[in-house]
Design a protein around this ligand. Structure first.
Ligand code: GLY
Length: 391
């Protein structure tokens, strides 16, 4: 009897211990990518020729866009990342179909988001297949983007809106598009493309950031003199606030600049941004949509800002050592674990095929608030793949 009781106690303790054990990164990846593969397939089944996913409509149906919307590269990119992990041939076919439909973006010169659109789709397509046709699209796209550099200012122009109160608007998001210039410049040994990226990053570092490491959303320049006209927000809470996704774009952008150039000034800058952001995160790591919204803690969270930040932090952790490296890696892991929880992760077969919930697109315009977003999904999977490589 005594032995029976002891065995029972040991078994019970083992069950309790295994219930309390934290899921490993490998287990988390397995669980998330199983869902991601099915979600990618579900979304594909909802899209007609030429359509791209954007978000959810208020009635819960899939909000779609054309290929010209800035986010058109994220869904094919997400499919490529899901394929990279799962090696599912149906997902590869989906990734290919939704990549090649973006072909005409390669000649787009009227917007800066060519970088997002082509790098996430064709960039991953080329990385994972080695097909030279994909590389050629990246080459054309980089040259189209490079036409937007104004040499007097030293930046590529973000938006071409007529009738807006700007002469030459540059948004912090634009840092992300520089990766296309650097990647193509290095692949084709065309240093002038890299120089343009460096110029944009240097001018942005000088004009877009406040003393504390936070950034303005938009800086407007005078194209004749190169001087700053004004600094403001469009998507954030106020001109003085720190719009969360913008902070994440900046963190990712300068980490990426260091990754390609190995110039220490970019690393120092990325560290300054990270050290501004980390103490301001809620405990679970998912930022409110703007770090300075006075409605916090009742303001909406932004899963997209969290996912972009997690991916950047994993890379940043590799560029430094010791405690600092541990700090960035565990912050990234914390974010990823929260996003992989029931609160943020879609149930398989739900949400029109999106992987994450609770993103914020443009709150002040009442557009895309507390919804799934294609870029949340993309950077979430990217962050997990990066974490896996380190585990
Ligand atoms: N690049 C646009 C946005 O982050 O909303």
């Amino acid at each position: 009897m005594k032995v029976k009781k002891l065995v029972l106690l040991i078994v019970l303790s083992l069950v309790v211990m295994s219930c309390n054990r934290q899921e490993t990164v490998e287990e988390l990846a397995d669980r998330v990518f199983k869902i991601a593969v099915e979600q990618v397939k579900l979304m594909d089944s909802m899209l007609e020729e030429g359509e791209c996913p954007r978000s959810l409509n208020p009635d819960g149906s899939l909000m779609k866009s054309t290929i010209w919307w800035w986010c058109s590269g994220f869904y094919p990119g997400t499919a490529w990342l899901a394929y990279e992990y799962a090696q599912d041939e149906q997902v590869k076919d989906i990734a290919l179909r939704h990549t090649v439909k973006l072909d005409s973006i390669r000649f787009r010169t009227n917007d800066h988001d060519v970088g997002f659109q082509l790098n996430c789709s064709y960039g991953n397509a080329f990385r994972l297949t080695g097909n030279k046709d994909f590389k050629a699209v990246l080459h054309d796209g980089a040259h189209s983007l490079a036409t937007r550099l104004n040499p007097t200012i030293g930046c590529t122009r973000s938006w071409d809106y007529d009738g807006r109160p700007w002469d030459f608007p540059v948004i912090i998001d634009n840092m992300m598009n520089l990766e296309l210039l650097l990647k193509v410049g290095q692949m084709y040994d065309e240093p002038e493309l890299c120089e343009k990226a460096v110029s944009h990053a240097d001018v942005t570092m000088k004009n877009h950031f406040r003393e504390d490491g936070s950034s303005w959303h938009l800086v407007d320049y005078n194209p004749l003199t190169g001087n700053v006209n004004k600094k403001q927000t469009v998507q954030g809470y106020s001109d003085d606030s720190a719009w969360s996704r913008g902070q994440s774009w900046g963190l990712y952008g300068f980490t990426m600049m260091y990754q390609y150039t190995r110039d220490e000034k970019y690393l120092c800058h990325a560290l300054k941004v990270a050290d501004y952001l980390l103490p301001r995160l809620p405990e679970d790591g998912v930022p409110y949509w703007d770090y300075d919204d006075p409605d916090i803690p009742d303001a909406p969270r932004d899963a997209s800002a969290a996912a972009i930040m997690a991916s950047a932090l994993v890379s940043l952790s590799e560029f430094v050592e010791g405690e600092r490296s541990d700090k960035y890696l565990s912050a990234a892991e914390n974010i990823v674990r929260t996003l992989a929880s029931e609160e943020y992760l879609s149930e398989e077969g739900s949400n029109c095929g999106f992987i994450l919930k609770h993103g914020v697109g443009f709150l002040k315009a009442g557009s895309e608030v507390d919804v799934p977003l294609t870029y949340s999904d993309y950077y979430f999977l990217e962050a997990i793949l990066k974490l896996l490589k380190l585990s």
